[in-house]
Design a protein around this ligand. Structure first.
Ligand code: KG4
Ligand code: ZN
Length: 335
């Protein structure tokens, strides 16, 4: 059973093909990074137009990579939300066209759920209950995936998403867009203890996160140094900022796991590609004898394989969408 997954929710035009829910056959990402870089962020209209141009060639490349033809595909999965509405519409319209013309079932995928479920391609069937930290450019939450596969939000950011904080600080440091991977790289040469940036809400007794104060603290420190005529060591700023973000996510997620009695911890979303986040979670979960589930880096950032994997699960559960499938820019993970 081959499912082709289409992802166009933000700035990657991506197509993946998955066989029998667990086997990855193709994963092709056409990134728009260079188009958006001059603006320092994703421009929605530019994204939608670029998806339109890149989608069909990306589908063709994925089919070649899988050694398959369109006539071999059994179902079409597509991200229906959350994301940029114009960008989502390109993928959903194309998926409907393919489903209609090839008489295939259509599967409407939740992008955030797909970030979690992609782990099945490397770890096999997920065996909830587990706690997941879902951290991307637009989303940051700690959720529990219950035994029946439903998600329950335990806490989320009350202001900036983790990826957004990485990207904003990177921009402030003069690093190219997208900033997350740049800070990750720069931080390796820096001292994470050089600056003591705030870890907000750490002891508030909830699983909520707040990252805007941290962002302000970094900016204020840079301005102070500038005014004092001090030359900031950017690698130290990057490392200390990253350490603060990682600390709050690590501490709150592991506290949630302990308090909910869950011994499996899953990391998902683009920020889960962060090397320091992965390292700290690996150390701590190993010390606690918890199982850590973390997809390889190309499966953490937006990709089509995750949509195909999540779509394959929907197909197996008989949850096809029909041609009336609507996009939902604010589709929640839980509920
Ligand atoms: O999941 P994703 O690819 O797209 C969304 O669904 O938003 O996440 C993108 C976010 C961006 O903010 C990007 O800077 C961040 O993930 N990111 C990283 C790293 N790689 C990507 N943040 C920190 N360290 C990284 N290595
Ligand atoms: Zn994403």
């Amino acid at each position: 059973m081959l499912v082709l997954g289409i992802e166009t929710s933000c700035d990657e035009t991506a197509v993946g093909i998955v066989e029998d829910r667990f086997h990855l056959c193709a994963n092709v990402v056409a990134s728009q990074t260079e188009l958006h870089a001059p603006y320092g962020g994703v421009v929605p209209e530019v994204a939608a137009r670029a998806h339109l141009e890149a989608l069909l060639p990306t589908i063709d490349t994925a089919l070649v990579q899988a050694g398959a033809r369109l006539s071999d595909i059994d179902a079409i999965a597509v991200t229906a939300g959350p994301g940029l509405v114009g960008a989502l519409l390109v993928g959903v319209s194309a998926a409907k066209g393919l489903a209609l013309s090839h008489d295939l079932p259509l599967l409407g995928v939740n992008h955030l759920r797909a970030h979690v479920e992609v782990a099945q391609l490397e770890y096999g069937e997920l065996e909830p209950p587990l706690v997941a930290l879902v951290v991307s450019g637009g989303h940051t939450s700690i959720v529990s995936m219950d035994a029946d596969g439903t998600f329950r939000e335990l806490g989320a950011t009350i202001d900036d998403a983790a990826g957004e904080a990485f990207d904003k600080i990177a921009r402030y440091l003069g690093l190219p867009f997208p900033g997350g991977p740049e800070i990750d790289r720069l931080a390796r040469e820096g001292d994470p203890k050089a600056f003591d940036f705030p870890r907000a809400l750490l002891h508030d007794g909830t699983y909520r996160l707040s990252l805007s104060g941290l962002k302000t603290a970094v900016v204020r420190e840079l301005r102070r140094m500038e005014a004092a005529g001090e030359e900031p060591v950017l690698a130290d700023v990057a490392a200390s900022f990253q350490e603060a973000i990682v600390d709050v996510q690590l501490i709150k997620t592991l506290r949630a796991a302990a308090e909910e009695g869950l011994d499996q911890v899953l990391l998902a979303g683009g920020v889960a590609a962060n090397s320091r986040l992965r390292e700290r979670f690996t150390e701590e979960t190993s010390a606690n004898r918890q199982r850590l589930i973390v997809p390889s880096v190309p499966l953490c950032t937006d990709n089509g394989a995750m949509v195909a994997a999540s779509g394959a699960n929907l197909y197996a559960a008989g949850r096809t969408a029909g041609l009336g499938l609507a996009v939902d820019a604010n589709l929640p993970l839980a509920g």
